[in-house]
Design a protein around this ligand. Structure first.
Ligand code: DQA
Length: 151
């Protein structure tokens, strides 16, 4: 059966391409989403992409995922990674396996970025690979041999 993967982008990621390009690169969010859509389509899968600057909207979108047959979530929660128990609880609540992605290597940056409320629940965490991190996460989620994501 075709897989459905939900990709969630948190606050300020709509500014990719113009936001601190030395840290986050020149690729825009539209470029990233387009690449993920193409990759998913190539594997006869469906990719749903959603960005919000609002914590509540991200929580609502995670809840909605449980009624949409979403097989896996790829999430870059941006700064909410380091602050949001609500997003963590939403991911735990729907019990959909998820991969946490960060464009930058957060461990090379300020200490407040070293803690994530999400990582302990994540299937895996990808940091520092730039836009390619999303693609790597999607490839894992689509791989029928990835144990936790196979149906
Ligand atoms: C980020 C890292 C976070 O610390 C930061 O707040 C972001 C982006 C990343 O992709 O590297 O907004 O999640």
């Amino acid at each position: 059966m075709a897989k459905t993967i939900l990709v969630l982008h948190g606050p300020n990621l709509n500014l990719l391409g113009q936001r601190e390009p030395d840290i986050y690169g020149a690729t825009t969010l539209a470029d990233i989403d387009q690449r993920l859509h193409e990759l998913a389509a190539h594997h006869q899968a469906r990719c749903l992409c959603f960005q919000s600057n609002s914590e509540g909207a991200l929580v609502e979108r995670i809840h909605q995922a449980s009624t949409q047959g979403v097989d896996a979530i790829i999430i870059n929660a941006g700064a909410y990674t380091h602050t949001s128990i609500a997003i963590r609880d939403a991911l735990a609540g729907v019990a959909i396996p998820f991969i946490e992605v960060h464009l930058s290597n957060v461990y090379q940056r300020e200490p407040f970025r070293h803690h994530s409320y999400l990582s302990a629940l994540a299937q895996g965490v990808i940091v520092g690979l730039g836009a390619y991190g999303y693609e790597a996460a999607l490839r894992y989620a689509l791989d029928i041999h990835a144990p936790s994501f196979s149906k």
